[in-house]
Design a protein around this ligand. Structure first.
Ligand code: CA
Length: 231
C-alpha cells in the first residue's frame, strides 16, 4: 500500500512518514501542492493525506485538481483548521475523511485503515504465538484468555506486534502512541510496558516483550529449543 503525504511542515511530514512506514506502508512526501499534483499524476497511490495550508496553494484547490484528474484514491484531510465550513467544503470536494491537528498517530492510523479497508472485508488481526490482537474489535487474547487493556496499552502492544522482531525506541513508541505535540518524558513508555507485561506476559511461561538494552523494546517469541535442557 502506497501513501502520499502532502505536508509542508517538515516536523509533521517526518512524524507521519516514520509512523506510516513502521505500520507497513510505503510513503512519499510532497512538500507543496504542485509536487503533490505531479506525484499523483506519475504514480498510483492507495491513499493521500492532505494538509490544508500549503505554501503554494490551498489544500482544497489541490483536492479539486486531484479529483479533476479522475484519480480516485481516498483523501484524508489533516488540518489545523477545524472550522465546520472547511470540513464541509472538503467533504463536498470529495475528501473521504477529515482529522484536526494535533492528533495522535494511532487516531490517524485508525482512519487510514478504515479508508484502505473499503472493499476489503477481512478484519485485521495480528497473531504472535498464542497472543492475538484484533485491531477492529480492539480485543486481545492470550492462550484463550481475554485480556483487558487500556487504550494506550493496546496501542503500544499493537505497535510492538506489527513490528515483531524489530527493536523500537522509546521515542518511536511515544511518537506513535501519544499526541504529536506530546513533549513529556519518554520514561512514560517504561511505565506502560510494565503494565503491559503484567497483563500479557507475567502469568505465561513464554515472555514476549523484551527489553533491548540501549534501544527500547521488542516483541518476539522466545527461541524455541528442540533439545531438552540437561537436568
Ligand atoms: Ca501546512
Amino acid at each position: 500500500m502506497r501513501i502520499l503525504v502532502v505536508e509542508d511542515e517538515k516536523r509533521i511530514a517526518d512524524f507521519l512518514g516514520r509512523g506510516l512506514e513502521s505500520a507497513g506502508y510505503s510513503v512519499d512526501i510532497a512538500p507543496d501542492g504542485q509536487s503533490a499534483l505531479d506525484m499523483v499524476h506519475a504514480a498510483d497511490y492507495d491513499l493521500i493525506t492532505l494538509d490544508m495550508m500549503l505554501p503554494d496553494m490551498d489544500g482544497l484547490k489541490v483536492l479539486e485538481k486531484i479529483r479533476n484528474r479522475k484519480t480516485n484514491p481516498p483523501v484524508l484531510i489533516l488540518s489545523a483548521r477545524g472550522a465546520v465550513e472547511d470540513r464541509v467544503k472538503g467533504l463536498e470536494l470529495g475528501a473521504d475523511d477529515y482529522l484536526t491537528k494535533p492528533f495522535a498517530f494511532v487516531e490517524l492510523l485508525a482512519r487510514v485503515r478504515v479508508l484502505l479497508r473499503r472493499g476489503q472485508p477481512t478484519p485485521e488481526k495480528l497473531t504472535v504465538g498464542d497472543l492475538s490482537l484484533d485491531c477492529i474489535r480492539r480485543k486481545v487474547v492470550r492462550a484463550g484468555d481475554n485480556i483487558d487493556l487500556a487504550p494506550k496499552e493496546f496501542s503500544i502492544l499493537e505497535y510492538l506486534m506489527r513490528n515483531k522482531g524489530r527493536p523500537l525506541s522509546r521515542t518511536m513508541i511515544v511518537e506513535h502512541v501519544w499526541d504529536m505535540d506530546y513533549d513529556g518524558l519518554t520514561n512514560i513508555v517504561d511505565v506502560y510496558i510494565r503494565h503491559l507485561r503484567s497483563k500479557v506476559d507475567d502469568q505465561y511461561p513464554a515472555k514476549m516483550i523484551h527489553t533491548v538494552r540501549g534501544v527500547g523494546y521488542m516483541l518476539e517469541l522466545p527461541e524455541m529449543r528442540n533439545d531438552k535442557p540437561n537436568p
